[in-house]
Design a protein around this ligand. Structure first.
Ligand code: TXA
Ligand code: MG
Length: 346
C-alpha cells in the first residue's frame, strides 16, 4: 500500500497536518504517530475493521489486546463501566503520561480491540502531537507500539520507515521518544494494585500514591512468563537477531568476564557487541553500544541500541545488568525478554 509520510515539529505544531492525520484515523485508516514512550500504530478503537488492520500491519497475534489512547480524562467514562477511587488518584497524578490503567470495558469497545477480554487498557499520552491527533480524530485510538510483532519498539523515525513503510496508510514523524520504554500498565481489579508491565512510572511512584503495589510475579522469570496477565508480555519480544545475554555482577568482574567471552567468540569467528553504560565504553575489546550515563538515559536508548546490534551484524551481544530499582525494573524486564532470560553471573 501507498504510505503517506510527513514530518511535524513538536515545538511548532502544524495544525493542518494534525487535522489531516486525525481525519485519516476517524475514517478507519492506520496511522503511526509519536508518543512520549514509543511510536504507536494507531487506528479507531471503536471500529472493528480499523482495529483489525493493526494486527495485520504488525503481524500481531489476535488474542493480544490493544491499548486505547484518549486525549482527555473526560473520555474515559464513555469507554468503561466504572472509575474507582484508586483509578481517579492515578489519573490525577500521572495523566497525561506513561501510565496505562485497566478498566472493565463498556460494550462500545469491540472484541477486536480488547482481544476478547472484558477489560480495556487506557492511557492518555503527554506527548503534545499524540494528544492533538487523538483529539482531532475525535475517537479513542487503539495504538500498540509501531514495531513488527516480536521486535524492539521504535523510538526513532528511521526504525519506523524501514519496517512499516508500505504496511500502514500514513506515518507522522516527530522527534525521538522521550522515555523510550512503553508505558507502565497497572491492574486495579485485585486485592492490591498489580503492575503488569513496568515502565517509567515506577513501582516506587505508584506506592507513594496507592500504598501496597506489587509487580506481576510471572514477569520475573522465564518459566512463569506464560502466565503473564498482560497477554503481550508472554510472547517473544524485543528480540534482535543477535543472541543477547545479560551479564550480572559488580562492574570490574563483569568487565573481565565479558572480555573473556569476547576472546572465546572471536576464536569461533563470531562478532560480539556489548551494551554498556557510557563510562565503560572503552573497557571492552569488542564493539560497544552506548546506553548512556544513568538509568533514564538507558531506558531512552535501549531499543535503539538493540536495533543497532543487527545493523552492525553482531552475532552475540552482552548487556550489563541493571539494579532492579526505579526505572531499572523496566530496563531489566525488556532486557530479560530480549535475552530470552539468559543471565551470566560474573
Ligand atoms: O507506551 C505504550 O504503552 C505504547 C504507546 C504506543 O502508547 N503502546 C504499547 O502498546 O506499548 P502495546 O500494544 O505494544 O502493548 C500493550 C500491552 C500488551 O502487552 C497487551 O497485552 C497489554 O498491554 N494489554 C492491553 N490490553 C490489556 C488488557 N485488557 N488486559 C491486560 N493486558 C492488556
Ligand atoms: Mg508492543
Amino acid at each position: 500500500m501507498e504510505t503517506i509520510i510527513k514530518t511535524i515539529d513538536s515545538n511548532d505544531i502544524d495544525m493542518d497536518i494534525i487535522e489531516e492525520f486525525g481525519k485519516m484515523l476517524r475514517e478507519g485508516k492506520t496511522v503511526i504517530f509519536p508518543t512520549e514512550t514509543v511510536y504507536g500504530l494507531g487506528a479507531n478503537a471503536l471500529d472493528e475493521d480499523a482495529a483489525a488492520k493493526i494486527y495485520t500491519a504488525k503481524g500481531r497475534p489476535s488474542d493480544n489486546p490493544l491499548l486505547v489512547h484518549v486525549s482527555d480524562i473526560s473520555e474515559v467514562d464513555n469507554l468503561v463501566e466504572n472509575v474507582d477511587e484508586k483509578a481517579k488518584l492515578l489519573m490525577e497524578k500521572f495523566w497525561p503520561g506513561p501510565l496505562t490503567i485497566l478498566f472493565k470495558k463498556k460494550s462500545v469497545i469491540p472484541d477486536r480491540t480488547s482481544g476478547g477480554l472484558d477489560t480495556v487498557a487506557i492511557r492518555m499520552p503527554s506527548d503534545e502531537v499524540a494528544r492533538r491527533i487523538i483529539k482531532a480524530a475525535a475517537v479513542p485510538i487503539a495504538a500498540p507500539s509501531a514495531n513488527i510483532s516480536g521486535k524492539p519498539s521504535p523510538t526513532k523515525a528511521e526504525h519506523i520507515i524501514e519496517d512499516m513503510k508500505g504496511r500502514v496508510d500514513a506515518i507522522l514523524i516527530g522527534g525521538e521518544c522521550n522515555f523510550g520504554v512503553e508505558s507502565t500498565i497497572v491492574d486495579l481489579s485485585g486485592d492490591y494494585p498489580l503492575v503488569l508491565r513496568p515502565g517509567c512510572v515506577t513501582l516506587e511512584m505508584l506506592r507513594e500514591v496507592l500504598g501496597k503495589v506489587e509487580i506481576d510475579p510471572s514477569l520475573m522469570n522465564k518459566d512463569d512468563n506464560i502466565k503473564a496477565k498482560a497477554p503481550g508480555m508472554k510472547y517473544k519480544h524485543y528480540s534482535p537477531d543477535a543472541q543477547v545475554y545479560i551479564v550480572s555482577g559488580d562492574d570490574s568482574s563483569r568487565i573481565s568476564k565479558i572480555n573473556e567471552l569476547i576472546d572465546e567468540n572471536s576464536k569461533k569467528g563470531l562478532k560480539t557487541g556489548v551494551l554498556c553504560m557510557s563510562k565503560n565504553l572503552d573497557s571492552y575489546k569488542a564493539k560497544t553500544f552506548d546506553l548512556g550515563n544513568n538509568y533514564e538515559e538507558a531506558a531512552h536508548n535501549l531499543f535503539d541500541e538493540l536495533i543497532k546490534l543487527d545493523k552492525e551484524g553482531i552475532d552475540i551481544a552482552y548487556a550489563e545488568s541493571f539494579e532492579e530499582k526505579g526505572v531499572g525494573v523496566a530496563i531489566m524486564n525488556r532486557l530479560k525478554k530480549s535475552a530470552g532470560y539468559r543471565i551470566i553471573k560474573a
